[in-house]
Design a protein around this ligand. Structure first.
Ligand SMILES: Nc1ncnc2c1ncn2[C@@H]1O[C@H](COP(=O)(O)OP(=O)(O)OP(=O)(O)O)[C@@H](O)[C@H]1O
Length: 670
């Protein structure tokens, strides 16, 4: 399963740094392609997750980023690892902040101030800015050392600003990455923050504002965080830990661990000598995963406490809520039966399409399994943990469809539910919406649907604001949409929006090799005893000859019917449904057969039933035995007539002569 992300940055330096940051977080789970505007850009980017290093990039790349891409504009933050250098600048000094654009320089100054680094006066500087205030103590820059005016000697490189934790979470959410990745990242992030806290803990009074800021960050983390030195004295004890242990940080900080904690097992675990380990502990009836690691440089042990129930519950609650609404996909590729080359190929293609984000149009006759494929595609996609919402356009009246799809605001129309209603598009957010029987949708609704797909936004009926949505669209139809476009019944622009990717499900008659598998599977499901589980050869042969206009569904229904009427007996021809789609038509044609032809056909049918192979020589013999000898030549003429009437097929060479289902019906009805 390939997850890909395209990083677009302004400069090579930013590209490199952010790329390595992303790589360190996502490892091999997400493939990262990165480009810098100052180098070269790809021609177009379609259907991808794009991360802009800054909103300033947008203008420069908008020509190449297609609307079907999902764009995340990264929030950037000061690289914590370098920040302590700023503390060496004396209070009240003038500092030039150097960057390639005025906006990024101003932006960074804002971040620094927000971090509490406001003990100096900042002046933004970029290459087109001629004016450099006098009395500049130092120039700081996020990696743009060569842009610093030459007369300034004190240069501080604070490194390229990194992508912040919230942006990372957005990426994690987009790919629906497993919980463990976000947890691991949060842990690493926590570790960095603690690292910095430690670094600063011995700094002068000037650092106190920064420490206060960091305390806010450490406190804001959802896990309990504890740090203590080699001497056993606690140095970090965040708010979450206060809450979960019921001990105040004021009491804990500065005290030896054994005076604060009274859980012996936990104490022993925390004081272990190994570098890193995990263990579960129950604290006040709540299970926690405690992750402990050693920070060598600081000679400090750090432990994070994660509430296991909460993490699992959150995921469970989400799934239960989806299940309650029925918004989950039920089938995987394993549920799609069949061993024929055609179905194997179709599954293979579908599996590959599942890995992309683009809309898919599934085309196939009734009952071929289009819905089954839509479910399986969702299951194999990165959206598997999000809703799968299906709507059938042929099942609901027009006005209901509109409110179902888009929702409505309170009081949008008479009878509208109080408080309004979320539409299916909104409910499917983050997941997949399956638009079944798309060929049955009215022209008016087509226009509305088109707008939603173009903008990826919905507006509720009676609503005023557009709600952005993130859904993958899978549509299906048994209609010939190009013909409908020709006749003005279907919008061509909508067709192209839906048919970015295309999947054709073959009719059952084109994959008759699958019929025995289906029979076996369906009989296993329906039959009441062992003997019903095996279909006799003649019936199997007959089944293989059917045109199966209703495809797998029809086959399934026929078998279910036969089991019901057979009353526990083995299945026989007589149990076939009487209204079997083409039976009536066949009967009418059968009546025109003259006795001479019927005699020959009877011979052919008997040979077929005896499984002895059908040849003219055998028929000569058979006719003699039945007191009506015919010559080979006579048989040739009559057999061609029978073939013409569709009772038999005359193959060349080894293929030999065979009967058709018409013959089966002919004798069954006598
Ligand atoms: N390859 C398959 N393996 C197992 N069951 C199948 C397969 N194909 C179809 N079916 C079964 O046949 C029935 C019809 O399938 P499905 O509803 O997916 O078809 P469809 O093409 O969406 O039909 P329609 O166009 O009539 O809505 C279902 O009961 C489904 O389980």
């Amino acid at each position: 399963m390939r997850k890909e992300l395209v990083l677009l940055a302004g400069t090579t330096e930013t590209k490199k740094t952010l790329r390595s940051q992303l790589k360190s977080i996502f490892g091999d789970v997400v493939t990262i392609h990165s480009y810098a505007v100052e180098e070269h850009l790809p021609k177009t980017l379609t259907n991808q997750l794009i991360v802009y290093s800054s909103y300033l990039i947008e203008e420069e790349v908008k020509e190449i980023v297609r609307t079907n891409c999902k764009v995340i504009v990264a929030n950037r933050t000061i690289n914590y690892e370098y920040i302590d250098q700023l503390l060496s600048i004396p209070e009240g000094a003038n500092v030039l902040y150097v960057n390639d654009f005025l906006e990024t320089a101003q932006d960074s100054i804002r971040t620094l101030k927000a971090l509490g680094m406001n003990h100096v006066n900042y002046f933004p500087y970029h290459p087109e800015n001629e004016h450099v205030p006098s009395n500049i103590y130092a120039a700081i820059t996020p990696g743009e050392m060569e842009l610093i005016p030459t007369h300034i000697h004190r240069k501080i490189n604070i490194g390229v600003r990194l992508i912040d934790i919230y942006t990372i979470f957005k990426i994690v959410e987009h790919f629906q990455l497993p919980n463990s990745i976000s947890m691991e990242f949060a842990d690493r992030y926590t570790k960095k923050i603690i690292d910095l806290t430690k670094k600063l803990s011995n700094e002068s009074q000037k650092a106190s504002t920064l420490n206060r800021y960091l305390k806010r960050v450490v406190d804001g983390v959802n896990d309990g965080i504890l740090a203590f030195g080699k001497d056993g004295k606690i140095t970090v004890f965040n708010e979450e830990l206060e809450r979960l242990l019921g001990i105040s940080s004021r009491f804990a900080i500065g005290k030896p661990l054994n005076r604060v904690l009274n859980d012996l097992a936990l104490m022993r675990f925390l004081s272990r000598k190994d570098e890193e380990s995990n263990e579960y502990f129950t604290i006040k009836q709540t299970p926690y995963m405690v992750h402990r690691f050693f920070m060598k440089a600081e000679n400090t042990i750090v432990a994070t406490f994660k509430n296991v129930d909460e993490t699992i519950d959150m995921e469970k609650a989400r799934r239960v809520a989806l299940q309650k609404k029925g918004y989950v996909s039920k089938y995987t590729f394993a549920s799609i039966l069949g061993k024929s080359r055609l179905i194997e190929e179709t599954k293979e293609i579908a599996f590959r399409l599942a890995k992309t984000e683009a809309p898919i149009l599934i085309v196939g006759e009734n009952g071929t399994g289009k819905e089954l494929f839509a479910h399986a595609i969702h299951q194999a996609s990165s959206r598997v943990n999000n809703p799968f919402v299906a709507i059938n356009f042929s099942a609901l009246p027009e006005d209901l469809l509109e409110s179902e799809l888009f929702g409505y605001e309170d009081g949008a129309f008479t009878g509208a539910k109080k408080g309004g209603k979320k539409g299916l598009f909104e409910q499917a957010d983050g997941g997949t919406i399956f638009l079944d029987e798309i060929g049955d949708i009215s022209v008016k609704l087509q226009a509305r649907l088109l707008r939603v797909l173009q903008e990826m936004e919905v507006r509720k009926i009676g609503g005023e604001k557009n709600i952005p949505i993130n859904v993958r669209v899978i549509a299906a139809t048994n209609k010939n949409l190009p013909d409908m476009i020709e006749n003005g019944q279907f919008r061509e622009d909508l067709y192209h929006r839906l048919k970015v990717l295309y999947l054709k499900i073959p009719p059952l008659r084109d994959r008759i090799d699958d019929i025995p598998f289906f029979i076996q599977a369906f009989l296993e499901q329906f039959s009441v005893n062992e003997q019903q589980r095996i279909l006799d050869e003649h019936l199997l042969y007959f089944f293989k000859k059917q045109p199966w206009k209703g495809n797998v569904r029809e086959l399934k229904n026929v078998l279910q019917y036969m089991v019901a009427v057979a009353n526990g007996e083995p299945l026989r021809e007589e149990h076939l449904p009487t209204d079997f789609s083409f039976e009536e038509k066949e009967k009418d044609e059968v009546r025109i057969l003259n006795p001479e032809l019927e005699f020959v056909l009877k011979g052919i049918y008997e040979l077929y039933q005896n499984n002895s192979g059908i040849s003219r020589l055998k028929l000569v013999e058979w006719s003699r035995l039945h007191s009506h000898p015919l010559t080979e030549q006579q048989l040739r003429t009559k057999m061609s007539k029978l073939a013409e009437l569709g009772f038999i097929s005359i193959g060349r060479g080894r293929a030999g002569t065979d009967i058709t289902q018409k013959t089966v019906f002919y004798f069954r009805n006598q």
